[in-house]
Design a protein around this ligand. Structure first.
Ligand SMILES: Nc1ncnc2c1ncn2[C@@H]1O[C@H](COP(=O)(O)OP(=O)(O)OP(=O)(O)O)[C@@H](O)[C@H]1O
Ligand SMILES: [Mg+2]
Length: 635
């Protein structure tokens, strides 16, 4: 990204402008940006928003499926209440005569059986429709959210997250989405339609009874509303607490060796225990409140049940309804109170799921890294150019939140095409930061940067991947075979001989064949079954298969022994002859053959020259050599 020229780090006012690039939103999920923040929304709004967002993520076909499922639920609701009426009529028939004839019962039983069979058949159909949509949504959203995470601004969102917490949040947020779907369409709606059908049937039969029965709803609804609203904060607190534990566990497992060597197991366990105790305290408070609300709801329901029975007996005694109707109304009333009983758990869980869906939208709505959204970033890097490979003018950069510390300070640099450059400098002086800018991994710098005469911002990620090879300080080695790891990122089919040659050039072929189980040998997660040097050599073999114009090694051979390092270094020089190579190394002998060495110091290039001239000149480079006992004479 082109910045303004002439920025000077001593201008504190200007310095404040350095920071992450302006967020770039895409239009994939527009509505999430317009919503009020989660803490400002009421619980009911939260739930409604959660439901509408969930529905918004569904395709037309899936929405049609939901519509069909809703229609099926309506029929099932009627079928659930029909047995009450049939039983009422049966009782009337039974009590009307002096002798009970079994033949009277048969048609009723047949009718009841048919109703139950049809109802269960429809229930299976409804569950299939919903589960099908839920599994599809689960798959699609998991893919979408992971793709999003891989494309967000590394320096912004990802650096603010504890990776373990993010991982937990990610999968819970998808669970929340599926939870809303299932809870709405498998639990809530059937109960709701059942109750609506019960009220409808009661109204058709005896409006006065129906009116008495629905009086249970206002008090029940009030209690449920109170119950749900009083617990929202607790749900959020529990969720966040869980994320804290997730984050700690992942962090601990990554540092298990250090924990063991320092014998800090008890200390780590105490940390987890503290978090778990905090969760427990929140949870028990929640359960006590729930128990009290449940009791109030049961009392409300009990009082109305008695009222409905008394009223129906009174009406029957006055022959206003039949005896069988006493049974009909008590069953219908149970069907009305059923959703009231369930709805709290449903709403309670819905409010938690809504928070999780909020998290999902939050992740899905994270701005994409600018390198994925730049318009017109389609410049091609030409191979035959006399123009410089790298050209940097007045480059300054400070990490977000550290505006008083300037990592790169008005740096000017030109690297000729085909030049081999070494970069030296003390730890933390900005070497990796400089490389990350060239690779468009961080943005928001000031000054101008071009690669092969193309402004950095006009080069697409794809073009960059094709023309620049990079071996980072911490190689990316993943679970899979050795071959998978070496071929990673390679866009073409690689013949076996070439694969072996790449491994040989990276000085790892013998180990692959003798002790790592061959090319199909398995690498465990994060390359944990490989030594640091083996991981680095796999990453080096990977780069040997590429034909880039610019190759960047950031401490890529630091974990190799001297012999391997020197062989690999020679192979690199041979394979990437004529190419532009930038090598960062603390081991200065690695840089011996570089055309030019840049010595970074406090965000500037303090010295430059070839190895010989720098080692003979008083200054930082000579100091480094002396500290490492590698003065030219000693070499
Ligand atoms: N993501 C980040 N956020 C904030 N500060 C950072 C970040 N990454 C690096 N820094 C800081 O920027 C400075 C330069 O870091 P950089 O990684 O570029 O150093 P380096 O020269 O590559 O060091 P080393 O030789 O140890 O690899 C350091 O002070 C570091 O603390
Ligand atoms: Mg570094």
């Amino acid at each position: 990204m082109h910045g303004e020229r002439g920025w000077c780090p001593s201008h504190a006012k200007d310095r404040a402008h350095i920071g992450p690039a302006r967020p770039v939103y895409d239009d994939a999920i527009p509505e999430a940006r317009e919503d009020a923040p989660a803490h400002m929304r009421t619980e009911v709004n939260e739930i409604l928003l959660g439901v509408s967002r969930t529905l918004g993520l569904l395709s037309k076909k899936e929405k049609r499926g939901l519509f069909l499922a809703t229609f099926v639920m309506l029929i099932t609701g009627i079928l659930t209440n029909a047995p009450a009426v049939i039983l009422g009529r049966l009782v009337d028939r039974l009590v009307s005569g002096n002798v009970i004839s079994f033949a009277i019962v048969v048609p009723f039983i047949i009718l009841l059986s048919v109703i139950v069979l049809v109802r269960e058949g429809l229930t299976v159909l409804r569950k299939y429709l919903i589960e099908n949509i839920a599994t599809q949504t689960n798959k699609q959203q998991t893919v979408k959210v992971i793709e999003r995470l891989l494309k967000v601004d590394i320096g912004g969102y990802l650096h603010q997250q504890q990776i373990g917490s993010l991982y937990g949040r990610l999968f819970r947020s998808i669970e929340g989405l599926i939870g809303i779907l299932k809870l709405s369409f498998i639990e809530f709606m059937p109960a709701f339609f059942g109750a609506v059908a019960a009220i409808g049937i009661a109204f058709l039969q005896k409006p006065v009874m129906a009116s008495a029965m629905i009086l249970v709803i206002p008090t029940g609804a009030f209690l449920i509303f109170k119950q749900v609203t009083s617990q929202k904060g607790i749900r959020v607190a529990l969720l966040r607490q869980m994320e804290v534990v997730d984050g700690k566990v992942i962090e601990m497992l990554a540092g298990i060796e250090t924990i063991r060597v320092l014998n800090t197991v008890n200390y780590e366990v105490a940390k987890i225990e503290k978090s778990a105790e905090e969760s427990r305290k929140i949870e028990i408070k929640h359960h006590i409140a729930m128990a009290l609300y449940d009791a109030a709801k049961a009392l409300n329901e009990g009082a109305f049940t008695i009222a409905v029975i008394v009223l129906s007996i009174y009406l029957a005694s006055r022959s206003m309804i039949s005896k069988g109707d006493i049974l009909v109304y008590s069953i219908l009333f149970t069907n009305i109170t059923m959703p009231l009983r369930q709805i709290h758990t449903i709403l309670d869980e819905m409010s938690e799921y809504s928070i999780e869906v909020d998290d999902l939208f939050n992740i899905l709505n994270q701005p994409l890294d600018v390198s994925f959204t730049e318009q017109g970033a389609d410049a091609k890097i030409s191979e035959n150019t006399d123009k410089p490979a790298v050209s940097v003018t007045n480059l300054s950069f400070a990490y977000p939140g550290t505006t008083d510390i300037t990592t790169l300070d008005a740096m000017d640099l030109t690297i000729k095409n085909g030049e081999t450059i070494g970069i030296a400098g003390s730890s933390g002086c900005g070497k990796t930061t400089f490389i990350h800018i060239l690779l468009k991994l961080i943005h928001g710098y000031k000054g101008e940067v071009s690669l092969f005469d193309q402004a950095l911002e006009s080069i697409s990620r794809e073009e960059l991947a094709g023309k620049i090879a990079y071996v980072p300080q911490k190689p990316f080695v993943f679970s899979g075979t050795i071959k998978d790891n070496i071929l990673y990122g390679c866009q073409r089919t690689v013949p076996d001989e070439e694969l072996l040659e790449a491994a040989r050039n990276a000085c790892i072929l013998d180990e692959i064949q003798q002790s790592l189980g061959g090319m199909d040998g398995l690498v465990s997660e994060n390359g944990n079954n490989l030594s640091g040097g083996q991981q680095q050599r796999l990453a080096l073999a990977r780069v040997m298969l590429q034909s880039p114009q610019l190759i960047i090694f950031d401490e890529a051979t630091s974990a190799l022994d001297n012999t391997n390092e020197s062989i690999v270094q020679k192979n690199i020089e041979r394979i990437f002859k004529q190419k532009t190579v930038i090598t960062i190394a603390h081991r200065l002998t690695t840089l011996e053959n570089a055309n030019r060495i840049l010595v970074f110091h406090e965000g500037k290039i303090a010295q430059q020259g070839d190895f010989k001239s720098l080692s003979e000149t008083k200054g930082l480079f000579q100091d480094f050599l002396q500290q490492r006992g590698t003065t030219p004479e000693v070499k």
